[in-house]
Structure formats: structure tokens, C-alpha cells
Design a protein around this ligand. Structure first.
Ligand code: UDP
Length: 247
């Protein structure tokens, strides 16, 4: 068990990439049926005014520190996270190990055609990988039973769900028990990046901890999301002083 660090009320695991991969592979071996979340600043900020999301995150088997904002917040609150564990990188690490461990993987989410492209990419990158099903993420409530059945009957060990935050976490929480999948992870834009629909920030920007800025620039429609980071920083400052005053 790793230590949990409270960031604005969300208990985030203080964990390295390798430890996260080990934990997830153990959950797959044990066929536990768990939900895993990758918490960046935007997700944590959203949880502060979305009690359902907050509860889901605090009940999740593992909440990895996704993004420089989360690692910074822990530090500012007097705790240390060993490193950031980005959802995209975590998904790639699990896929890399999958062929040798005979893990079956399902991609659910993103626009029509994207999950299939991501599957083709995974098959090129990780020879022997078994992507046992794909389903796009645009559906109505009446499609849900068929989607659940499609996933169940594909019998994946690992389900990657890319519906965006908080839809992916809420959908998973609601359907986790019927899905009977050992491990499910909400992965946001991962399938888009794999399919080449969206680019990841260049390495130098990732290293300079500017991935959030790149994402805002690439998606001008959602430039408003850039405000999440300064809002998060302010909230963490406030959280620190309220805690130090015993509130
Ligand atoms: N998406 C989806 N169904 C929806 C809304 C979004 O499948 O109803 C997909 C969208 O196509 C994209 C992903 O969810 O692939 C959201 O990615 P985003 O980068 O917004 O993730 P976040 O930043 O929310 O983690």
C-alpha cells in the first residue's frame, strides 16, 4: 500500500510509475475488479465541486499523480510525490508488458474510428498485443446495455476508458460490477494521442512541466481549461493556510 496524500480533499497515491504498474498487474492477477484514476490538477479541481467525482476518486483502488500540478500541490502541502505518473505513459507501460503476460485489453471511448486506429498503433508498437475489442465513446443511454455486454463478452483483463473527465469515472463506477473486468482505468485523451488525432506536447515542454499549456494551445476551443491550473494553485494555497490554522 502506498501513502495517500490529501490534495483538496482527494486522496492521491504517492507512487512511482513502476510501483503503479506492479500494483495494477497484481490487480489483474487477482482479478479484483477495480477502478483506477489518473488525477491531474483539472480533475482534482473538478472534484472539489463535484461530490460524486470526489467520492469515486476516494473509493478508487489507486489514484496516480498525473501531471506537474498534482506533484507540485503535494510538495506545497509539505509532502513529496516521487514522480508524476501520466495516464498516457501508464497506459503505454501496461500495453508494453501485456503480450508477455497474455493480458487482454479493450479500448472504450473517443470519436468513431479513433479506437480502431489506436488499436492498429498498439499492434505496431507492442507485437503480439491482444486488443480484444473497441467501442467509440459517443452513445445514448439506450446503447449502454449492449456496450456493457460487448465489453463483458470480450473478457478483457484491462479496460481503458476514454470518455473525458468526469464521464469516464462516473460511467465506470456505475457499471463496474456488471463489467467483470479486473482493472479499468479512465485515460482521457490517450486514444486520441495514439491515433494521432491529438498530439502530445514535445519532450522539452513535458520536461519543462508545460504540457498543460500545450494542450490549451492545441485546443483553442477549450482554452478556458487553461484557467484550471491557476485556479488550482490558488485553491491549494488556500487549503494550506486553512489547514495550518486548524480549520
Ligand atoms: N469523448 C467520448 N465521449 C464523450 C465525450 C468525449 O468518447 O461523450 C472522448 C473524446 O473523443 C476524447 C476523450 O473523450 O477522446 C476526452 O479527452 P480529453 O482530452 O478531453 O480528456 P480529459 O482532458 O477530460 O482527460
Amino acid at each position: 500500500m502506498s501513502k495517500k496524500i490529501d490534495i483538496l480533499g482527494v486522496a492521491v497515491d504517492s507512487i512511482t510509475m513502476e510501483e503503479a504498474v506492479d500494483r495494477i498487474e497484481t490487480y489483474m492477477d487477482e482479478r479484483t475488479g477495480v477502478l483506477i484514476a489518473t488525477a491531474n490538477a483539472e480533475m482534482i479541481l473538478r472534484a472539489t465541486h463535484d461530490p460524486d467525482l470526489m467520492q469515486i476518486l476516494n473509493q478508487a483502488a489507486l489514484v496516480v499523480p498525473d501531471g506537474a500540478g498534482t506533484v507540485w500541490a503535494a510538495h506545497h502541502l509539505g509532502e513529496e510525490m516521487p514522480e508524476r505518473v501520466a495516464g498516457y505513459d501508464l497506459a503505454q507501460r501496461l500495453m508494453k508488458d501485456a503480450p508477455a503476460q497474455h493480458r487482454r485489453i479493450f479500448f472504450f471511448g473517443s470519436a468513431p474510428g479513433v479506437a480502431e486506429k489506436a488499436k492498429a498503433k498498439a499492434e505496431r508498437l507492442y507485437p503480439g498485443i491482444e486488443i480484444v475489442g473497441t467501442r467509440n465513446g459517443f452513445f445514448s443511454e439506450s446503447d449502454v446495455p449492449a456496450i456493457v455486454e460487448q465489453i463483458r463478452s470480450a473478457k478483457p483483463d484491462l479496460l481503458l476508458v476514454a470518455l473525458g473527465v468526469p464521464k469516464q469515472e462516473k460511467w465506470l463506477q456505475k457499471h463496474l460490477s456488471e463489467l467483470e473486468v479486473p482493472v479499468s482505468i479512465g485515460v482521457g485523451g490517450t486514444l486520441d494521442v495514439m491515433a494521432g488525432v491529438m498530439k502530445r506536447a514535445p519532450r522539452w515542454m513535458q520536461k519543462a512541466k508545460l504540457e498543460w499549456l500545450f494542450r490549451g494551445m492545441m485546443q483553442p476551443k477549450r482554452a478556458g481549461r487553461l484557467m484550471a491550473l491557476p485556479k488550482f494553485v490558488l485553491k491549494v494555497h488556500g487549503y494550506k493556510s486553512s489547514r495550518s490554522h486548524g480549520a
